[in-house]
Design a binder for this molecule. Structure first.
Ligand code: PLP
Length: 803
């Protein structure tokens, strides 16, 4: 290897840092010490750019975007930061020269898991995209003391362990005591006449100190470093709190709720929502005024974006500050608020639309509740005259003793978007239809995106390097340029190289599985991957029924043709989601049965990798041949693992749902495996009540046999869980139509299995997916938000069309 100055300097900085922080030599240092020492070097490099970025924003008076999200799911920072700083290759070389296992060093970093899944990961993708396109955008969220639980399997059952991620300190964060804010809860509030008009008087309640911890969000190959600000709850200085009061306060940022879609409406969750929303808004307005701007200039200086409804209390909180603390009139305060706030909806599941009991809300946030009553009254008055009382009632934030957060968000913001074309259409037509009638111009679509830097450049270096050899490096800055790869789809040598890279990535994953799970998987087989939260609508069960179908076929006839597959699952289930956990148990028992049956296991294996998270995703995704995206059509808003897998050359086996549709369209239908009912068919069944799982079970002997295997002892150790699955599918006439798509699924899998046997044709399809993945870069997504919603500049070129 050629000696290079950067490597020499980096080496010196690294060794100095080891000594300065830990008083050890390289030889004596642990992987954790090596990680922390290297991270400190990297942080120093970030710090200079970060300070300059902040000064620059202040000096130029740039409009700031604040992305409010109750979850961020960054994963590990070290590798991504090195990549964005342009130091990854040099660091790898340095580690080689020092004979240090760089992978082990990187794995000493905890996987920061302050989110459940797609929503939090999207927020972190945006945090990477914003500085990379020189967009002035910050994150605002909660610094949970405990992140999403660590998952292990015991006897096939999910067990949950606390995620003590701060045990070894977080190298990247900076505590900012002078930026702390007080957040107030509870007590009584009444309005008092003062010379300045009616003013609220607070009586009792709880003051909580919100202390921010900032982390620099590093732009790729530029000098921009933005800020992710996460708030931690503490007892305010000078307040004497009893042990129990202290624990009440600290619990506010104590732990992440481990449920990604069906919240139970718990008091603590509402406190969390208000906590980061209030601290964030107070802080923003404080700085806005300190910089010399008037409150009327707020919508021109600040865009607040709420990632789903969890931060909706931003709206009444802003009203509170403008009215109560600054004496603005209702109309002017309302104008400022609505022009500042915009909202992304993330779900089509009715049970996931947030609602709070009005009693609970009024107890916890009495002043905000008064303001919501006022917002509610204004709304009713303004729409009733034109649309009638019934319409006003259907759209009002307060109804049936509940506070409806999506309605409040729709009324109190100037823009509402869905996250894939189908999802945005369904919002307009169904979920938020009444609001669409009121304000059609508020609605738009912004298809989700992923950061190709983390999921391709960093996670799949060899693929990225191979692409560079064909089309140069421009695609790394302008991801859509990757379409140039299409010119090489007849280049047989290139196709072979692509296949070699895929195989290396499969081997890397196989090594991990062997080392961590003691199972040797066949890298010549199809790696058939389904990685995402465990949820009935995502239908891991359909995949499982497919596995059982192959298994029974092979048991019945040893010569039956089944294309060799390794089925790879990874998924956490919410601890309270009993059914999802039962499904995990059944999958694990089927895995055991299949993997230990010599009659089948040269044709099929099943592995369920524990503790799914960002780092595991980075290992699995480059190794995937098939991307299972098999939700019931009309249920998955967008999905993003579908995009990550596509970019790494996996072919989609997918229903026409969420962004699957757009991925299939981009890659070409011939390069994907679409199957199953579409949204219209699903909705028709709901309307006509004509779906009968029982009939399907009775009329399909193959499926009949597969389902019986769950309850007749064929699958061992699942007496209770197998029955539960069976009952849910048949007795309860499963609302996710697993059986309705079964035949289509197994037929499509069989066709896919045949196609895989022609390696060259398969790799060509894989190439078509990689070459079409550019448009799903979060850089374009964020640029579209910037152009159409936030109205802030960025430097992403060739932003030809908005998504
Ligand atoms: C991308 C990602 C998700 C989202 O996956 P979907 O299939 O879109 O639900 C969830 N968790 C992790 C760790 C991810 O990286």
């Amino acid at each position: 290897m050629q000696q290079n100055d950067t490597v020499t300097q980096l080496k010196q900085e690294f060794l100095d840092s080891l000594e300065a922080h830990f008083a050890v030599s390289l030889a004596d240092a642990t992987d954790l010490q090596r990680y922390q020492a290297l991270a400190a070097v990297v942080k120093q490099k970030i710090a200079t750019k970060w300070r300059r970025t902040k000064e620059d924003y202040r000096d130029t008076g740039a409009k700031q975007v604040y992305y409010f999200s109750i979850e961020f799911l960054p994963g590990r920072y070290l590798r991504a930061n090195l990549l964005n700083l342009g130091l990854l290759a040099d660091t790898e070389q340095m580690m080689t020269e020092l004979d240090v296992d760089f992978t082990a060093v990187m794995e000493a970093e905890v996987d920061q898991g302050l989110g459940n899944g797609g929503l939090g990961r999207l927020a972190s993708d945006f945090m990477d995209a914003m500085p990379s396109i020189a967009l002035v955008g910050n994150g605002n969220g909660i610094r949970y003391r405990y992140g999403l639980f660590r998952q292990a399997f015991i006897n096939g059952y999910q067990v949950e362990y606390p995620d003590d991620w701060l045990k070894n300190d977080d190298v990247w964060e900076v505590r900012q005591d002078d930026e702390a804010q007080v957040v107030h809860y509870g007590g009584n509030v009444y309005l008092q006449d003062t010379p300045d008009g009616l003013r609220p008087v607070y009586d009792g309640g709880l003051d909580v100190l919100a202390v921010p911890y900032d982390t620099g969000m590093v732009g790729a190959d530029n000098d921009v470093v933005n800020t992710l600000r996460l708030w931690s709850a503490e007892v305010p200085e000078g307040v004497k709190a009893s042990v129990s009061e202290r624990s009440v306060i600290e619990s506010i940022s104590g732990e992440l709720y481990p449920d990604d879609s069906n919240e139970e409406g718990r008091r603590l969750r509402l406190r969390q929502e208000y906590f980061f929303s209030s601290a964030g808004v107070q802080n923003i307005i404080k700085h806005h005024l300190a910089d010399g701007y008037s409150l009327h200039a707020l919508p021109f200086q600040v865009a607040i974006h709420i990632n789903d409804t969890h931060p909706t209390v931003v709206i009444p909180e802003m009203m509170r500050i403008l009215l109560d603390e600054h004496g603005l009139g209702w109309e002017e305060a309302w104008g400022i608020t609505t022009r500042t706030v915009s909202y992304t909806n993330h779900t089509l599941l009715a049970e996931a639309l947030e609602r709070w009991s009005q009693d609970l809300f009024a107890q916890e946030l009495p002043r905000l509740f008064q303001l919501i009553q006022e917002i509610d009254r204004h709304h009713r008055v303004s729409v009733a005259s034109e649309h009638g009382e019934d319409f006003a009632w259907r759209t009002s934030p307060l109804q049936d003793g509940q506070v409806h957060m999506a309605r409040l968000a729709a009324i109190g913001s100037h823009a509402i978007n869905g996250v894939a074309p189908l999802h945005s259409q369904l919002l307009q037509d169904k979920v938020l239809h009444d609001f669409y009638i009121l304000w059609p111009a508020k609605f738009s679509n912004k298809t989700n995106g992923i950061t190709h830097r983390r999921y391709m450049h960093a996670a799949n270096e060899s693929l990225s390097a191979l692409i560079d050899t064909k089309i140069g490096r421009d695609w790394r800055k302008l991801p859509k340029d990757i379409t140039k790869l299409r010119d090489f789809n007849m280049d047989e040598a290139f196709l072979r190289e692509l296949a070699v890279v895929k195989r290396q990535n499969k081997q890397r994953l196989a090594d991990w599985v062997s080392h961590n799970m003691g199972i040797d998987i066949n890298v010549d087989a199809i790696f058939d991957v389904q990685i995402k939260r465990l949820h009935a609508y995502k239908r891991q069960l359909l995949h499982l029924l497919g596995i059982l179908t192959d298994y029974l076929a092979l048991k019945h006839d040893a010569n039956a043709y089944v294309a060799p597959r390794v089925h790879i699952f990874a998924a956490k289930a919410a601890p309270s989601y009993h059914y999802a956990k039962q499904i995990i148990k059944v999958i694990n028992e089927v895995a055991n049965m299949v993997n230990n049956d010599p009659a089948v296991n040269d044709k099929m294996q099943v592995v369920f990798l524990p503790n799914y998270g960002v780092s595991l995703a980075e290992l699995i995704i480059p190794a995937a041949d098939v991307s299972e995206q098999i939700s019931t059509a009309g249920k998955e808003a967008s999905g993003t693992s579908n995009m990550k897998l596509m970019a790494n050359g996996a072919l989609q086996l997918a229903t026409m749902d969420g962004a699957n549709i757009d991925i299939i369209h981009a890659a070409g239908a011939e390069n994907a495996y679409a199957f199953g009912m579409d949204t219209d068919t699903v909705y028709k069944h709901y309307e006509q009540h004509d779906y009968s799982a029982w009939d399907i079970y009775q009329n399909n002997p193959k499926l009949h046999r597969v389902l019986d295997a769950l309850i007749d002892g064929t699958v061992p150790n699942v007496q209770e869980e197998g029955q539960a699955v069976f009952d849910s599918l048949i007795r309860d006439n499963d609302e996710y139509f697993v059986l309705g798509d079964y035949e289509s699924y197994v037929d499509t899998q069989a066709r896919l299995g045949q196609d895989y046997q022609n390696q060259q044709a398969w790799t060509r399809k894989s190439l078509a997916n990689i070459a079409a993945s550019g448009e799903f870069s979060a850089d374009y997504t964020v640029a579209a938000y910037a152009d159409e919603i936030w109205h802030v500049p960025h430097n992403l070129l060739a932003q030809q069309e908005s998504k």
